[in-house]
Design a protein around this ligand. Structure first.
Ligand SMILES: NC(=O)C1=CN([C@@H]2O[C@H](COP(=O)(O)OP(=O)(O)OC[C@H]3O[C@@H](n4cnc5c(N)ncnc54)[C@H](O)[C@@H]3O)[C@@H](O)[C@H]2O)C=CC1
Ligand SMILES: O=C(O)CCC(=O)C(=O)O
Length: 447
């Protein structure tokens, strides 16, 4: 089997030689799915995974814009349309200086399997730009978003490709992007999700990724007769996903003691309660400051400059910042310190060594494509509400989100249970995500 995986990866590597993150994401899926294909004749000899590892379309484009000093700036825009076999391309836009083809292709590839897991009819895509919103004025961000959309609009549409937010793209950016799309297409359609409530957005979409990550962990605990009550939780990041994971973990009786950003980790041993979280939300979403500024208001907290949260002892770790932010040695430290559950809010935050360490230690470990699927799931519900020209209540959407997270958890159990009863959620998520897409690929022929 190792030989089959090696041969497959050689072919993918030959075509994408320098795309480290993309190759990492493909390898993780191949390790689970190639043995499964070998045991299921229906999928044998059809090169399904090879086809899924090649984007249907990868678009790059120039994004010129004018900064506040009048200087003309240029960034690169991207949209990777990975697979539309089970529905329109769906996935976020990331604005961050590290954005490149490898990162967006890994994200688009993950998105195909994640969206399949949600049970909703959505294909996979991802896009973005190397534009850095940090330190830019609202007007600069608006001019950039408008320019970005004047090219992107010709490649997307409510039945073709429906982008949303990701790192660096939140409610403000989605607003500017939607405004330009509406103007140049002369249509008001659900072409983006994560929209404002008064113009087609869904209740619970801002909360959904963070809440979903906690709901997934709650499911893992439930199976063991355990819960979040009294657990100490470390969270990385302090953006959208981290904020709402904190809110839900607090609500379930846990104590969240860390948040972070690219400058370091905030540690508040007394817990980041709802009052302190409101301060963080203002700091990050309105003031757009650094997490270290928390200490100006709550001076008993500590700040570890340049460090991630994983050295702080905890029962539960929720990585909610970015890819490869949790290394093998961090996983070893977490396990040594008694961590019993890791649920990923970010996409591929654990390196392969860290993933193996969690699985080998047989702790509860959920990979992002399962545990963070709540965000795109509620995006799918936003699309459904837009099509109906109707809005569901907060309770309705939250109940549907919980139902979807439960179903994803059940699919992982179905495909990931080891003979000794341990649930390998990595294998479970990859196989369950693959089966639905593979069946559609077979039904539709070589296209
Ligand atoms: N927003 C959504 O609905 C979804 C987001 N995700 C993933 O969740 C993660 C966080 O995304 P959001 O919270 O939406 O973005 P955001 O832009 O609101 O927040 C990103 C956070 O990550 C931190 N961060 C970014 N790069 C970092 C680095 N190199 N080192 C340390 N910290 C870093 C930022 O400081 C910030 O706190 C990403 O991996 C994203 O792909 C996954 C599913 C859905
Ligand atoms: O809501 C969406 O369409 C995208 C969410 C996303 O980017 C993700 O799941 O990583």
């Amino acid at each position: 089997m190792d030989q089959k995986i090696k041969v497959f990866m050689e072919e993918v590597r030959a075509r994408n030689p320098h795309e480290k993150e993309f190759l990492q994401a493909v390898h993780e899926v191949a390790e689970a799915v190639i043995p499964y294909i070998a045991e299921h004749k229906l999928y044998n000899g059809r090169n399904i995974l090879l086809r899924l590892a090649e984007p249907e379309r990868a678009i790059t484009f120039r994004v010129p814009w004018v900064d506040d000093t009048g200087e003309i700036r240029v960034n690169r825009g991207y949209r990777i349309q990975m697979s539309s076999v089970i529905g329109p391309y769906k996935g976020g836009l990331r604005f961050h200086p590290t954005v490149n083809m490898s990162i967006l292709k890994f994200l688009a590839f993950e998105q195909v399997f994640k969206n399949s897991l949600t049970t909703l009819p959505m294909g996979g895509g991802k896009g973005g730009s190397d534009f850095d919103p940090k330190g830019k004025s609202d007007r600069e961000v608006m001019r950039f978003c408008h320019s970005f959309m004047t090219e992107l609009y010709r490649h997307i549409g409510p039945n073709t490709d429906v982008p949303a937010g990701d790192i660096g793209v939140g409610a403000r950016e989605v607003g500017f992007l939607f405004g330009m799309y509406r103007k140049i297409s002369n249509e008001f359609t659900g072409v983006l999700t994560g929209k404002g409530l008064s113009w087609g957005g869904s209740l619970i979409r801002p909360e959904s990724t963070g809440y979903g990550t906690v709901y997934f962990a709650q499911n893992m605990f439930k199976l063991k007769g355990d819960s979040f009550k009294g657990k100490v939780v470390t969270i990385s990041g302090s953006g959208n996903v981290a904020q709402y994971a904190t809110e839900k973990a607090n609500e379930l009786g846990a104590k969240v003691v860390t948040l972070s950003d690219s400058s370091g980790t905030l540690y508040d041993k007394d817990g980041i309660n709802s009052e302190k979280l409101a301060y963080v939300m203002h700091l990050k979403n309105v003031k757009r400051g650094r997490i270290s500024e928390y200490l100006e208001k709550y001076p008993t907290a500590e700040f570890f400059s340049g460090k991630t949260p994983w050295h702080i002892p905890c029962d539960v770790a929720l990585p909610c910042a970015t890819q490869n932010e949790l290394h093998g040695k961090d996983a070893a430290t977490l396990i040594e310190n008694g961590c019993i559950c890791v649920s990923e809010g970010a996409n591929m935050p654990s390196t392969p060594k860290a993933m193996n360490a969690f699985v080998n230690a047989k702790i509860l470990y959920a990979p992002g494509k399962a545990s963070n699927a709540g965000g795109v799931a509620v995006s799918g519900l936003e699309m459904a509400q837009n099509s109906m020209r109707y809005s569901w209540s907060r309770e309705d959407v939250d109940e549907k989100l919980q139902g979807i997270m439960n179903q994803i958890h059940d699919s992982c159990i179905e495909h990931g249970t080891d003979p000794d009863g341990y649930i390998n959620y990595v294998r479970g998520a990859n196989i369950a995500g693959f089966v639905k897409v593979a069946d559609a690929v077979l039904a539709q022929g070589v296209v």
